[in-house]
Design a protein around this ligand. Sequence first.
Ligand SMILES: [Zn+2]
Length: 256
Amino acid sequence: MSNLEVYQFNCRSDNFGVLVHDPEIGVTASIDAPNADAINQALAEKGWTLSHILLTHHHFDHVEGNEALKQKWGAIIVGNEADAKRLPGIDLTVKCGSSFQFGMHEVKFIDTPGHTIGHVALYFAEQNLLFTGDTLFALGCGRLFEGSAEQMWQSLTALAALPDETVVYCGHEYTKANAAFALSVDPDNVQLQDRAKEIDELRAKNLPTLPTSIGAEKAINPFLRAGESGIRAALNMAGASDVAVFTEIRRLKDNF
Ligand SMILES: [Zn+2]
């Protein structure tokens, strides 16, 4: 199985654009379409031709480039069947839990409601690659615009169950602000303290803090750690359910 090449770049104010390229077949997918100009520039830098747009969710800053890119490249727009009505220019729908064939590679659509009801994560199992959109961020998770805290907790739990070595790309560069919050609820986590220093150094040089990995996030992302005793003690919620602890962490972050 050939490898995929992933190219991440800045888009809009704090979105990431990501291209996934299969050098053997010559296909290239944009993960979401935050901005057509930025994606066209990235394609030109790499010398790649856009064949697909794989969507995580319907928010404007993830689909704005759909129509322009489709017009320019004839790219096929692929998204969650259950949310097809809200995905501009959609050509091909995929059911959550099933897979889409990108060149020689399978992309599994994982149902991740919470940020929006129709949000999906895109998982290339053979390459250990995961695109989480606005569900899981480095040290954070998406705001609950449509789904419940319970749905988001289940979505995050499903992503946390993937192998630790899974490489994770997210929709936004929010990591520095997320780190400040994470330290407020998990202050004694040494691995988190080290990562926060690294994040400060990267952002001081305007470098991205992504990708991350499932293993790293399980160790330091408070939104995946509602079951951990240190966080429960800090929140005075030792006997509460995981969902209740997660809900409180999300509420605190909304007001941080
Ligand atoms: Zn969003």
